[in-house]
Design a protein around this ligand. Structure first.
Ligand code: PHE
Length: 338
């Protein structure tokens, strides 16, 4: 016989110390498991003398019921607490402001995109050509024959495969387009170009955007309007634009385009070398010989072309004074364009 009152007290006491399901399980085994104190007592009821058996039996049975109830309650309590602890640990506060580490477009990509956006909105479509280019496309068909002094204007990287080089400008894309498409042609060609040049304003690899329009009745004024409109959109101000007579073998007449210095407003500063003007691109009417080289009849069609350096535009637009910053990929520099 057991003292049910004593067992009840010791169960309550032990149970109050239980913290985990594991401990609860052990305690459960001790009291109401197969060989638990209460279970064994129930098995022994029949051994109790008859006169006490009834009373004792009901006491033991209600102790068992009571114990089961306590264990169940305790288990629920532990499970609830564990769930709360887990939720608390996994809780994410969506209202906490994050420090976003978002990547940024490179200033050169941003600039090319701006140039593309403006010119495509004016009706040009985008063309591409290879960076390893045929010497014939980079020079010969552009009216720059071998031994022509103009080849010295662009210090070329030759590669050791006869007839190929790293393109020195995007103008060979003009050739590719004219050889493969019939006029009317309105294309721009952005891309990398290579020259043996290296100083604070020149890099051996840089970017140009070429423009080409070939159609009937194309004249210098169309070119002038296109370029002026482009530059004023690009710099977001009504910059003064001037065309200075110049020379390119593939255009005739040719011009160099200057804008009023966007740094000093034309007053004269270090960037414009105190002239008040900044040279931003070359342009001209496509040389009849170049049209003919591409099987386009110069008696029927005329064209204009222009080419500009993207780094130069980006330096002026963002106010950057060293071209090397574009290629060092210093995050302190690049983060400013987020
Ligand atoms: N290809 C010339 C250069 O790289 C620029 C240019 C393009 C000039 C088209 C006239 C017409 O200097």
């Amino acid at each position: 016989m057991i003292d049910t009152e004593e067992i009840r007290l010791s169960l309550e006491k032990e149970l109050s110390k239980v913290e985990s399901l594991q401990e609860l399980q052990e305690l459960k085994a001790k009291y109401i498991g197969k060989k638990g104190i209460i279970s064994l007592a129930i098995g022994d009821i029949k051994k109790v003398p008859l006169e006490k058996r009834r009373e004792y039996g009901s006491a033991v049975n209600s102790l068992k019921e009571y114990a089961e109830k306590l264990f169940k309650e305790k288990e629920e309590e532990i499970r609830k607490r564990e769930l709360q602890e887990r939720l608390l640990k996994e809780w994410v506060d969506l209202s906490i402001p994050l420090e976003p580490k978002i990547g940024a477009y490179h200033p050169i990509s941003l600039t090319i995109q701006r140039v593309k956006d403006i010119l495509t909105s004016m009706g040009f479509s985008v063309a591409e050509g290879p960076e390893i280019e045929l010497e014939a496309y980079n020079f010969d068909l552009l009216n720059i024959p071998k031994e022509h002094p103009a080849r010295d204007m662009q210090d070329t990287f030759y590669i050791n495969r006869e007839g190929y080089l790293l393109r020195t400008h995007t103008s060979p894309v003009q050739i590719r387009v004219m050889l493969s498409q019939k006029p009317p042609i309105y294309v721009i060609a952005p891309g990398r170009v290579y020259r043996r040049d290296d100083d604070p304003t020149h890099s051996p690899m840089f970017h140009q955007v070429e423009g080409l329009a070939v159609d009937k009745h194309i004249s210098f004024k169309h070119m002038k309007y296109t370029i002026e409109t482009f530059l004023r959109e690009f710099f977001e101000v009504h910059v003064p634009v001037r065309f200075r007579a110049s020379y390119f073998p593939f255009t005739e007449p040719s011009a160099e385009v200057d804008i009023g210095c966007v740094i000093c407003g034309g007053e004269g500063c270090r960037v414009c070398k105190h002239t008040g003007w900044l040279e931003v691109m070359g342009c001209g009417m496509v040389h009849p010989q170049v049209l003919e080289n591409c099987h386009i009849d110069p008696e029927v069609y005329q064209g204009f072309a222009f080419g500009m350096g993207v780094e130069r535009l980006a330096m002026l637009y963002f106010g950057i004074d060293n071209i090397k910053l574009f290629f060092e990929n210093d995050l302190r520099f690049l983060r400013q364009f987020v």
